[in-house]
Design a binder for this molecule. Structure first.
Ligand SMILES: Cc1ncc(COP(=O)(O)O)c(C=O)c1O
Length: 468
């Protein structure tokens, strides 16, 4: 009986659209407030999160009250990461047409696993694959899988590489499994991103098996220290160090690897986009000589979250690594998205990606990337003028900053975060605490940066007496 009531109720909700209108009003409110919001939530907003700690509800609740609760308490406990003064991690801003597209596709609620479940998602995966291959200058026919982010993209690529390297040794991991498999070698830089280590460990490649290449003061693999490569080796290079933004010398690594028939994967979560900038594509020189790549659209490209891509030169290797079968699965002559990724059910993230790329075009993407990087240079320059020490070569969108000593640096960062007016995260740089700034939103202007430099100065002033 209760079920019938709910069904009628939900039919009515769709008919009147009142809930959608309510959500729209709250969403517009959020957008209008965004420029005036503090970057991180107040203590009161965080305390109010206790309101969500309710017992598992027995009965159905009012949908309008559900939305109201989210608006009243939820929105205030968000981080204004799509605003102009958020520089944490490498969290991108969001381009309005992508946001609007996401809304629309949320209503579509498509499962992009199979063509038969969503012809439009399948078509736009196909189109985005071609566009990305063109943008990054990769070999025609390179395959793309659309995943939640670079962490998963790396898992997909390393699986493809591992299986192929084993297959080349006459070993079929699909039938025989990993236990008792012949050895493969994995070479990574000392500064590889944690997601690379996660992918390796998930795929049965333990830390002790990995050959770690020492890095220079920017976190780049020292080429002279690469071990001799062979056809059993996977090399994982980095386009964009998560802290300082440095790029491994992909050209040199790929040349050595190609001579030895080794597989090169490039973790380019945010840095791969350098390839679209005339001014900065020197950073990714040789990219097309690699075998696989991971990249996010939700970082540098400012697509909404949950928009990562794995690219693989050898389509069969990726498809065979992600294989799945079942009598109920109805494959088609078109693109079936699940063949390139671990998931079967997945949202139609390619639609937002398509919208961003179509909106910006090559010229707009280049401008977006260059603006982020130029702003990083400007920020670094202004901080230097104020006596901060910029520790990295600012080649992309990342800045690493220190104060007079570690205590002041840590206290300054704490004050910046507590100010809630702008937000940066910290990291260790040369084993000492540093403030890391990631310019990742299209919204940030030089005026915002000037304001933030003033905040930095005030926060350092506040920090200085602490150690006196
Ligand atoms: C270099 C690098 N690789 C991988 C990742 C992980 O990406 P995601 O958070 O999309 O899984 C990041 C995240 O910042 C990164 O900077």
């Amino acid at each position: 009986m209760g079920h019938i009531n709910l069904q009628n109720e939900m039919m009515e909700q769709l008919k009147t659209k009142e809930l959608m209108e309510q959500a729209k009003t709250y969403a517009y409110d959020y957008i209008e407030n965004l420029p005036y919001m503090d970057v991180s939530p107040s203590c009161e907003a965080l305390e109010n999160l206790l309101k969500f700690e309710e017992k598992m509800p027995e009965e159905s609740a009012s949908p309008s009250e559900i939305l109201f609760m989210l608006h009243k308490y939820g929105s205030k406990a968000t981080v204004a990461k799509s605003g102009a003064k958020y520089f944490g991690f490498v969290n991108g801003g969001v381009i309005p047409v992508a946001l609007a597209t996401k809304w629309l596709t949320d209503i579509w609620d498509q499962n992009s696993g199979l063509y038969i479940m969503s012809p439009i998602a399948s078509k736009l995966e196909e189109v985005c694959e071609k566009w990305l291959v063109d943008l990054f200058g990769l070999q025609k026919g390179t395959a793309a899988g659309f995943v939640s982010g670079s962490s998963v993209a790396t898992i997909c690529a390393v699986t493809a590489a591992r299986n192929k390297l084993l297959f080349n040794q006459g070993y079929d991991v699909h039938s025989k499994g990993l236990f008792g498999a012949p050895k493969i070698r994995v070479v990574v830089g000392e500064d590889a991103h944690s997601s690379v280590w996660k992918a390796l460990s998930m795929l049965g490649i333990g830390r002790d098996m990995v050959e770690v290449v020492p890095t220079d003061d920017q976190g780049r693999m020292i080429i002279g220290k690469l071990p001799p490569l062979d056809s059993k080796t996977l090399v994982i290079a980095q386009a964009g160090n998560v802290t300082g933004g440095a790029f491994d010398s992909i050209e040199e690594i790929c040349t050595l690897a190609n001579q030895a028939s080794a597989w090169v994967h490039v973790d380019g979560a945010f840095g791969l986009w350098a390839a679209v900038s005339g001014k900065r594509k020197y950073l990714t020189k040789g990219l097309e000589k690699a075998d696989s790549w991971s990249v996010d659209a939700h970082k540098t490209l400012n697509a909404p979250f949950d928009c990562g891509v794995v690219l693989c030169k050898d389509r069969d290797s990726l498809v065979s690594a992600m294989q799945a079968s079942g009598s109920y699965l109805q494959y088609s002559d078109h693109r079936d998205g699940m063949l390139y990724v671990p998931e079967l059910s997945k949202r139609a993230r390619s639609v937002e990606l398509w919208a961003v790329i179509k909106y910006l075009g090559k010229v707009g993407i280049e401008k977006l990337v260059d603006d982020l990087c130029d702003n990083a240079e400007y920020f670094a320059e202004k901080l230097t003028e104020q006596g901060f020490h910029v520790e990295n070569n600012v080649v992309f969108n990342q800045i690493v900053v220190k104060c007079e000593n570690s205590e002041i640096t840590s206290a300054t960062l704490k004050n910046i975060q507590a100010s809630r007016k702008c937000w940066c995260s910290g990291a260790l740089w040369q084993n000492e605490p540093a403030i890391r700034i990631s310019i990742c939103s299209w919204q940030t202007t030089q005026k915002d940066i000037d304001d933030c430099v003033n905040i930095f100065v005030a926060c350092r002033r506040l920090a200085t007496p602490v150690i006196m």
